[in-house]
Design a protein around this ligand. Structure first.
Ligand SMILES: Cc1cc2nc3c(=O)[nH]c(=O)nc-3n(C[C@H](O)[C@H](O)[C@H](O)COP(=O)(O)O)c2cc1C
Length: 161
């Protein structure tokens, strides 16, 4: 039994990241707490045992709202999360690596430990119309998100993280 949950923090502009965060939460079951980035306070981070950050890449960065969560919470929890597991899922139109890299750098500052390879879902939205359209994530990729949620919780429950 885990004492504290996996906290799944998400932001989404056109629905892809939200769907992936919800799929991961489904996989994690009762052990997950799903929160939009703007609802997350430092105590939610302190109360969790592990983290899954899910957001789109916007202008080569993580999206602004999830960055704002890190900006707001970074110093209040610094030096209090060492060694806890984390993973990322990024929705992208063509790249996604910039967002993943930025989150990794912040996670390094918090001394978190990456426990699953970064997942980037590239939905191939290139034109302004395609970028602004609501997104639907293919089932196999949602299944992968469920697996990530399940795997992190398994690691927490079994104490291997
Ligand atoms: C303002 C804006 C900037 C974007 N910049 C990038 C980018 O730099 N790299 C990329 O791969 N996709 C970029 N995209 C595409 C989104 O990452 C992609 O559509 C993603 O699936 C959206 O996820 P969401 O539905 O969770 O918001 C951008 C989208 C918007 C709206």
């Amino acid at each position: 039994m885990v004492n504290a949950p996996l906290l799944i923090v998400w932001h989404s502009r056109t629905g892809a990241s939200e769907a992936m965060a919800r799929a991961a939460a489904e996989g994690a079951g009762d052990h997950a707490v799903l929160m939009r980035a703007d609802e997350v306070e430092p105590e939610h981070l302190l109360d969790a045992e592990g983290y899954l950050f899910v957001c789109p890449e916007n202008l080569a960065s993580m999206s602004g709202l999830i960055k704002e969560m890190f900006d707001r919470c970074y110093y209040p929890v610094l030096d209090q999360l060492q060694g806890r597991p984390y993973a990322t899922i990024i929705a992208a139109g063509s790249d996604g690596e910039g967002a993943e890299r930025q989150i990794d750098r912040i996670a390094t500052g918090w001394r978190l430990k990456r426990v699953a390879e970064g997942m980037i879902v590239n939905l191939d939205a290139q034109s302004p119309e395609a970028i602004l359209a609501p997104k639907s994530v293919p089932d196999d990729q949602l299944a992968q998100c469920r697996d990530i949620g399940e795997a992190i919780v398994e690691g927490l429950v079994s104490g291997i993280f």
